[in-house]
Design a binder for this molecule. Structure first.
Ligand code: NAD
Length: 278
């Protein structure tokens, strides 16, 4: 079934607003940037990859902003610069993210374990070795990019949104933050923690007219998933009731909703869009 397309007509609902989007050089972040720009927002396009950020920024007439979201000083400085340049910050989307590198042996072990479980041959199942084989560095980087990135971005944005007594923050979690799979415990942990961060901060700032929500995409066809081989893609798709992965534009509609006045009563809320992933 084809994905539902998004409206690309410029409707001006976000005219004059400024949105800062991390990891906006690719995939979902780029789709969020295009969608908010189509409704009139000026976008600050952050990414680690300068060429990717520049390509998206040129397309939507946004600002290029290259830094690592794990660098809190750079994050603060770049948000301050954006506010100095544009005079305001209306929307912060903490989206930058990474996936574990492909590991065909790990995939094979997971699929073999799944087959044995389906056949009830539990005693024959071997350790998958995912957590025990994980290095400190792999754990640390995953938590830093996702959770620390969302913390730094939320904090930097609130320093401007609190005095203005308005603003919207959207934190990008994942369906795996709700419903972890065994392959990436560090990813699932970071994404679950982002949900707690979102809810906690929303309770702190709601009375100031600031809204903080989280989105939990299911599997979306972006470069992040490019390393998945056909077997793993098929295994994932079998778990999706809609029978396909999402297109980034479909998630962009949800993020556009949460970024604008249409979602005025959404605060501390967590929005799943997974096609019925189970
Ligand atoms: N694709 C999916 O199926 C899926 C599902 C659920 C959640 N997500 C989440 O959505 C977000 C975007 O994922 P995507 O699928 O668009 O991935 P993507 O790989 O297409 O894009 C991610 C972008 O983030 C940038 N980035 C990575 N680390 C960074 C850092 N430290 N600082 C700044 N930029 C950095 C990358 O350069 C890249 O351009 C991630 O947080 C991801 O975990 C994706």
């Amino acid at each position: 079934m084809p994905a539902q397309g998004s409206s690309s007509a410029r409707d001006g609902a976000l005219d004059g607003q400024v949105a800062f989007i991390t990891g906006a050089g690719s995939g979902l972040g780029a789709a969020y940037a295009r969608r908010l720009a189509a409704d009139g927002a000026t976008i600050v396009v952050n990414d680690l990859d300068p060429d990717a950020a520049a390509a998206v920024a040129v397309e939507i007439d946004g600002d290029v902003c290259v830094f690592d979201v794990c660098d809190s000083a750079a994050f603060d400085a770049e948000v301050d610069k954006a506010v100095a340049r544009h005079g305001r910050l209306d929307v912060m989307i903490n989206n930058a993210g990474i996936a574990p590198p492909p590991d065909p042996e790990r995939t094979e072990r997971m699929i073999a374990a799944q087959m044995l479980r389906m056949e009830g041959r539990i005693a024959e199942m071997e350790p998958m070795g995912i957590l025990t084989g994980m290095t400190d560095e792999a754990w640390d980087r995953m938590i830093r990019v996702h959770l620390y990135g969302a913390f730094y971005g939320t904090r930097a944005a609130l320093r401007h949104m609190q005095p203005a007594r308005s603003g919207v923050i959207v934190n990008v979690s994942s369906i795996l933050g709700h419903h972890p799979s065994p392959g990436a415990p560090h990813y699932a942990t970071a994404k679950a923690a982002i949900i707690a961060l979102t809810r906690s901060v929303a309770l702190e700032v709601a009375h100031l007219g600031i809204r903080v929500n989280a989105v939990c995409p299911g599997y979306v066809d972006t470069p992040l998933l490019a390393p998945l081989d056909a077997t793993l893609r098929a295994a994932i798709t079998m778990q999706i009731a809609s029978g396909r992965m999402a297109q980034p534009e479909e998630l962009a509609e949800l993020v556009r909703f949460l970024s604008g006045p249409e979602s005025s009563y959404c605060n501390g809320d967590v929005f799943t869009a997974s096609g019925g992933y189970a």
